[in-house]
Ligand binder design. Structure first.
Ligand SMILES: NC(=O)c1ccc[n+]([C@@H]2O[C@H](COP(=O)([O-])OP(=O)(O)OC[C@H]3O[C@@H](n4cnc5c(N)ncnc54)[C@H](O)[C@@H]3O)[C@@H](O)[C@H]2O)c1
Length: 255
């Protein structure tokens, strides 16, 4: 028996990257999965590869009016048990170079999209008798970097919203947690498609001195989605190779 046998999950941004890794792992563990993304071709191709267990629905998470159809498509597969709010965009620019339009575009997808997803999942999950919402935040929702004013704001918001939702929804058996990936080898984390070895050089001072793999994040989403996490809610789960612990300092002993 799989770790998600009998469950239905909606995964936003499921057409590629970490979302697609979660889709594959959830299906392997017995879930039926709705892939919801703006990228139609890869989303449909992934659903076709996985057969009966997966379907694709076009969804722009920032558009309030599109969530109802997405939830209906998920519930057509069975009662909705899991929502992974994974879709996001990155805009890297100095604060002085960040236009209001750039800032709002990031907030609309990453923060507003997560809010709309949480809100849309409440009634379906109540009907299902409970559920698990997994919000993909970032290392930049625990700390930050220069150049990430909008992205970091959105990812700190996701972490905060997670706690509010956990407190409001626990009484309905709905758990809500956030996952905080470090640097991961996807289009977002490695836009130049550098080799694993080359991109890992960026992480040479990390406790685990390499880039992370999408499956390593999906495995945490799997745990939080499953009944194994039955007493976990309102918390943040870093999967960052130790980045948030600090960096190895070559001027000090023990490096
Ligand atoms: N890659 C990293 O290094 C890294 C690090 C920390 C956190 N994260 C987070 O992990 C999650 C997954 O990122 P990834 O690296 O797989 O990125 P990715 O760019 O490879 O995939 C993101 C997916 O989201 C979809 N998407 C974007 N805007 C959307 C919208 N408005 N509506 C629906 N779908 C939309 C894209 O089409 C794409 O399929 C994101 O929340 C990201 O912020 C990534």
């Amino acid at each position: 028996m799989g770790r998600l046998t009998g469950k239905v999950a909606l995964i936003t941004g499921g057409a590629r990257g970490m979302g697609a890794a979660a889709v594959r792992i959830f299906v392997r563990e017995g879930a039926r999965v709705l892939i919801a993304d703006v990228l139609e071709e890869p989303g449909r191709a992934l659903a076709a590869q996985l057969g009966e267990a997966a379907r694709f629905q076009r969804l722009d998470v920032s558009q309030e009016g599109e969530w109802e159809a997405a939830m209906a498509a998920a519930e057509a597969m069975g009662p909705l048990n899991v929502l992974v709010n994974n879709a996001a965009i990155l805009h890297a620019a100095a604060i002085t170079q960040t236009s209001l339009a750039d800032y709002q575009r990031v907030i609309n997808v990453n923060q507003v999209g997560t809010f709309l997803g949480i809100r849309a999942a409440i009634e379906p999950m109540k009907r299902a008798g409970g559920g698990s919402i997994v919000n993909i935040s970032s290392i930049d929702g625990l700390q930050s970097k220069n150049g990430l004013i909008a992205y970091s704001a959105s990812k700190w918001a996701v972490r905060g919203m997670t706690k509010c939702a956990a407190i409001e929804l626990g009484r309905y058996g709905i758990r809500v947690n956030s996952v905080h990936p470090g640097g991961i080898d996807t289009v977002m984390g490695n836009p130049g498609a550098m080799s694993f070895e080359k991109v890992s050089e960026f992480y040479e001072h990390h406790a685990l001195p390499r880039v992370g793999l999408p499956e390593e994040i999906a495995n945490m989403a799997l745990f939080l989605a499953s009944d194994e996490a039955s007493y976990c809610t309102g918390s943040e789960y870093p999967v960052d190779g130790g980045w948030n612990a600090g960096l190895r300092n070559e001027r000090l002993p023990g490096s």
